[in-house]
Design a protein around this ligand. Structure first.
Ligand code: RAM
Length: 330
């Protein structure tokens, strides 16, 4: 009898453990494209958050190429899988909104991070840093490298990327200030966050603008590819590359002299914080109203503005004095 009771209890307990009430929340981390070191670092932070939250499983996914179509297909399959939340870095602010609305209609909590979705397509957007600050940083680093005059070009990610387009607009506002009137923006080209395309676009800029002095690449993929093109074409010292990069991918380019300085925030913390934020929506602690205080675990708390957005820390600048030290982390 005792033995029977024990067996029954064991069966009941195992059933309870696999029943939906005990199942882990699936949070999908949908990135612009796979194979990008920036997002791999964000995923590292996401996994850390999942461990801390305990009852969370991360689905790290994204298209092979940074397109909105690829992400729409993925979101549709995540809706079918009934995930609890979607955390997305969007390839387009508008194109993703309808499918993400459909996800929200089915009870899935949607937030964007890094590269935003327009307000009606998500509950919250987490910016890695203040957009005007990033624009200013990009221009300042350029002036630090080449001085107050010269032709500069932007090598961006995709033409629809929400984040790069905002940063370029902010950089243009800074370039319009009297202090930077000697810096002439001659072109904006797109490497689509693909190394080979970014490399070819950089070469194209060398050909089209023989007096080019700097390439500003507000993308980790583009900045590394442009620096490599400068080295390969023996233009170190003549053309400087700056932008947003990963110390692990940029240390060699700083050493070669192709790059004097570049900036970035901590992508591991960004991924960690995004998952922490998503879990706050899943548990119903926040709903995305202006003024909502969203806890980001060990990173702190952010307050949502009227647009449902919040920003994390200031970008950090790297140069020959510190790049090696940080190359170990991301
Ligand atoms: C690339 C991506 C990402 C951006 C970084 C700086 O990895 O475009 O969205 O935030 O660069």
């Amino acid at each position: 009898m005792k033995k029977q009771l024990k067996t029954l209890l064991t069966i009941a307990l195992s059933a309870a453990l696999v029943s939906p009430a005990f199942a882990a929340d699936k949070i999908a981390l949908v990135v612009k494209s796979l194979g990008n070191g920036f997002f791999d670092a964000a995923n590292q932070g996401a996994q850390e958050a999942a461990k801390e939250l305990k009852n969370v499983e991360i689905i790290y996914t994204g298209p092979a190429k940074a397109t909105a179509e690829g992400q729409i297909e993925i979101v549709n399959s995540l809706i079918a899988q009934k995930v609890s939340a979607i955390v997305i870095s969007a390839n387009d602010p508008d194109a993703l909104a309808p499918v993400l609305k459909r996800a929200m209609d089915r009870g899935i909590k949607v937030i964007s991070f890094d590269s935003g979705v327009r307000k009606d397509g998500r509950l919250m957007h987490l910016n890695p840093s203040s957009n005007p600050l990033i624009g200013e940083k990009l221009v300042k680093m350029t002036a630090d490298a080449i001085g107050a005059t010269g032709e500069v070009a932007v090598l961006s990610a995709t033409a629809q990327a929400t984040n790069q387009n905002i940063w370029i607009e902010e950089a243009k506002k800074v370039l319009a200030q009297p202090a930077y009137k000697g810096l002439k923006l001659v072109s904006v080209v797109y490497g689509d966050d693909q190394t080979d395309k970014s490399y070819r676009e950089a070469q194209g800029l060398f050909k089209s603008y023989p007096n080019l002095k700097a390439i500003i690449a507000p993308t980790t993929v583009g900045v590394a590819a442009a620096a490599k093109a400068v080295q390969d074409e023996k233009k170190v010292g003549a053309i400087f590359v700056t932008g947003l990069g990963l110390p692990s991918e940029m240390a060699g380019h700083v050493k070669s002299g192709a790059v004097k300085s570049f900036a970035i925030w901590n992508p591991i913390d960004l991924g960690y914080s995004s998952i922490m934020a998503a879990s706050q929506f899943i548990s119903g602690k926040v709903t995305g109203k202006a003024g909502d205080k969203v806890s980001l675990g060990r990173v702190g708390t952010v307050t949502l503005d009227a647009n449902g957005e919040a920003a994390m820390a200031e970008p950090f600048t790297y140069d020959a004095s510190n790049v090696e030290k940080f190359a170990k982390f991301f």
